[in-house]
Design a protein around this ligand. Structure first.
Ligand code: ZN
Ligand code: ZN
Length: 336
């Protein structure tokens, strides 16, 4: 089968691989859609986890069950499913608390095990979730959306009936826009997005979001103006600025992936005096079904975040290039 393969750190190419042998408890999936994520590029360069090379990347994927092991009854050939990539150990202190995303030895399809950038993928059946009639391309957004929902949960948005009056998300890339649209889905009526890219801001506006230039006077005039502010850029300087934009009693969420050695300066007095809640979040926590439920209710706006549907060989160059504002979510896609 054809696959994208990381042979070693920094070395991504096309490969012709053996079909995976079916193991007990597993299903062979025919991949119909797999999304490219910045994490894949971090994995390629050994910046994420231990770097289990060689590796087929891809942790955002959906497809049909092609075959199952003899002991499997939960799914059957022909079933349409999305994959939960995270493989927690189940018994470390974090897992015991239900925080499987913080597992001390977290593994994942596409990170430590072969993932979705291949014609077929072998997946343990308890990682498969039915997608109903959702298009595969839409279902492949369930993983990043689940990460967004985990972040909103960590920030207390939409839990216990708490809905912020307004919100601001930094970063008008696919994940930032997915977060902005999720805030709307959670009942926040006024959601703004800040970015430096005019084309990306124009796209955000077309999705019903308020565009704000990052570093602009318009944005500076909104200091302490947002009940909820999230960073989805992973730029430490941006994170440093989000507290100043958060309203008294509001919440700031660190969602983007900053460099591990980056530092910011904040005034603890301000966090105290203005009763700011600071939240962080990592990955998803067994919430693919909730993401699929939101995607099934969406009117197609979230699916517009997929800008490229390509064969495997044409996805490969996107591991090396980034920063084109017209590029949103790039997917490996096979016609159903
Ligand atoms: Zn991802
Ligand atoms: Zn664990």
């Amino acid at each position: 089968m054809k696959a994208i393969r990381f042979a070693a750190a920094g070395d991504a190419g096309m490969a012709e691989l053996e079909m995976p042998a079916i193991r007990p408890g597993h299903a062979l999936l025919r991949v119909h859609a797999a999304g490219l994520c910045h994490t894949d590029i971090d994995v390629l360069h050994g910046r994420y986890g231990s770097g289990a090379f060689p590796l087929v990347p891809g942790h955002e994927y959906a497809g049909t069950v092609e075959a199952v092991a003899e002991d499997v009854t939960a799914v059957k050939p022909g079933d349409r499913v999305a994959v939960d990539p995270n493989i927690p150990c189940g018994h470390c202190p974090s897992c015991a608390k239900g925080l499987t995303n913080l597992c001390a030895t977290l593994k994942a399809y596409g990170v430590t095990e072969n993932g979705g950038f291949a014609e077929y993928s072998l997946v343990a059946v308890d990682h498969l979730h039915p997608i109903g009639h959702l298009a595969f391309e839409t279902a492949a957004l369930a993983e990043p959306l689940a990460c967004v929902l985990n972040g909103l949960g960590a920030a207390g948005v939409g839990t216990g009936g708490h809905v912020p009056g307004n919100a601001l998300v930094f970063g008008a890339g696919p994940i930032g826009l997915l977060m902005a649209l999720s805030l709307k889905a959670r009942g926040v009526t006024k959601v703004a997005v800040a970015d430096i890219s005019e084309p990306r801001l124009a796209f955000a506006a077309s999705l019903g979001l308020e565009p704000l230039g990052s570093g602009s006077q318009d944005l500076a005039a909104r200091a302490r103006g947002f009940d909820f502010v999230a960073d989805a850029t992973g730029i430490a300087k941006v994170v440093e600025g989000i507290i100043g934009l958060t309203a008294d009693g509001g919440t700031a969420l660190v969602f983007g992936v900053c460099a591990p050695d980056a530092r910011i300066a904040v005034a603890p007095f301000e966090i105290f005096r203005r009763q700011i809640r600071l939240a962080g979040s990592h990955s998803l926590n067994r919430n693919i079904p909730q993401a699929l439920e939101i995607l099934s209710r969406d009117d197609g706006t979230m699916a517009r975040l997929v800008s490229h549907r390509l064969p495997l060989g044409e996805v490969l160059p996107f591991f090396a290039k980034s920063g084109n504002p017209a590029t949103m979510k790039v997917q490996f896609s096979v016609e159903a």
